[in-house]
Design a protein around this ligand. Structure first.
Ligand code: XIL
Length: 333
């Protein structure tokens, strides 16, 4: 194995936070050398979502998730679990009886309890933290919670119950509420309100996950700081769970770029440098920073929000070489 010339991120930030990457069964092969050199924490990109683990009732498929856990174990890396309750990448059967009618509250809670006990129990020696509930806050309007089958069938209590089941299954696991647009003031306040209510009810919740799907321009550093301050005031630890810095504003639909320009790479270096400097100020509150991938050869942003458009959101390029953003982050650390 070739020895890399650059400083290892996990060493640079050893006194600050875990440095994580989302992986899948392909990238643990194609990015193995990069992952093991720079990162000390992993998250499964899709393999621990409900539809991946329990596509049919009681018929669990653990192969892909097990591969990722074994890789983390082999390389002495920490592992985060993602995710137990989410409106996406779930399955139809979960909410229906054999005739296609919606199940009642007791049935649905029984099913998710059994799923959580099976999954969290299976990985309790390897996974130290779970994104228990993902993205239930409504983006728009005055409603706190997003419309979902969970809300329709169980009511808002599905959130508290889910955390309780996870805590029963592994009392040592750190349990997170995870969401995106977490630094937008309106959504920030709603996330804060939800977590505060849960804490007041005595629900076992230990942290807030900031997905941090950011871009060169948004959100502002001031909004990021304000979100960190507000969440931290609840006395919980924070983790950046899905960091990437897209080259495009969210509503930018351009598809004509084959490569990033020098100017874009410089802007990204500036942005990443400023972000990590800010995160380091909160080293006592932020315990982990996970990127939603590792290098520009593979990112979910190649398909989102514009299908098939290449993006370059990471510190390493398609050949796994450090980008200007990597140099800036290390220089300022
Ligand atoms: C994404 C994966 O990266 C994609 O491969 C998949 O097609 C869709 O989900 N918020 C989350 C992650 O919590 O689970 C999502 O991951 C990205 C947005």
């Amino acid at each position: 194995r070739r020895t890399r010339a650059e400083a290892a991120l996990k060493d640079v930030f050893a006194d600050d936070f875990w440095i994580g990457a989302a992986v899948n069964p392909l990238t643990i092969r194609t990015q193995e050398e990069l992952l093991t050199y720079h990162f000390n924490s992993l998250t499964a990109e899709n393999e621990m979502k409900f539809a991946s683990l329990q596509p049919e009732e009681g018929a669990y498929s653990f192969d892909a998730a097990d591969q990722l856990v074994a890789f983390a174990r082999r390389h002495g890396m920490a592992m985060r679990g993602h995710t137990l309750v989410w409106h996406n990448q779930s399955t139809g059967w979960l909410f229906e009886d054999g005739d296609g009618n919606p199940v009642d509250k007791v049935t649905l809670l029984g099913r998710i309890k059994s799923h959580i006990h099976t999954v969290v129990g299976r990985y309790k020696d390897d996974i130290y933290a779970w994104d228990v509930v993902n993205e239930v806050i409504a983006d728009e309007g005055d409603c706190l919670l997003r419309r979902s089958k969970w809300l329709d069938i169980v009511g808002p209590d599905f959130i508290a119950r889910t955390f309780e089941y996870a805590h029963e299954a592994d009392p040592n696991a750190l349990l997170f509420y995870n969401d995106y647009n977490e630094s937008h003031p309106g959504k920030r306040d709603k996330i804060y309100t939800l977590v505060k209510l849960l804490l007041e009810q005595g629900v076992p919740i230990h942290g807030i996950g900031l997905q941090a799907h950011w871009n060169l321009f948004d959100p502002s550093l001031d909004d990021i700081r304000a979100a960190i301050e507000k969440y931290a005031s609840l006395g919980l630890q924070l983790q950046l769970t899905e960091l990437d810095v897209s080259m495009f504003r969210f509503d930018d639909k351009r598809t004509d770029l084959a490569d990033p320009t020098e100017e874009m790479l410089e802007q990204q270096a500036e942005r990443y440098g400023a972000i990590f400097k800010l995160l380091q100020e909160y080293r006592g509150v932020i315990s982990s920073v996970t990127f939603w991938g590792a290098a520009d050869d593979y990112t979910w942003l190649d398909d989102f929000p514009v299908r098939g458009r290449k993006n370059w959101p990471f510190l390493f390029d398609g050949q796994h070489h450090p980008k200007p953003a990597f140099d800036r982050v290390v220089e300022l650390a």
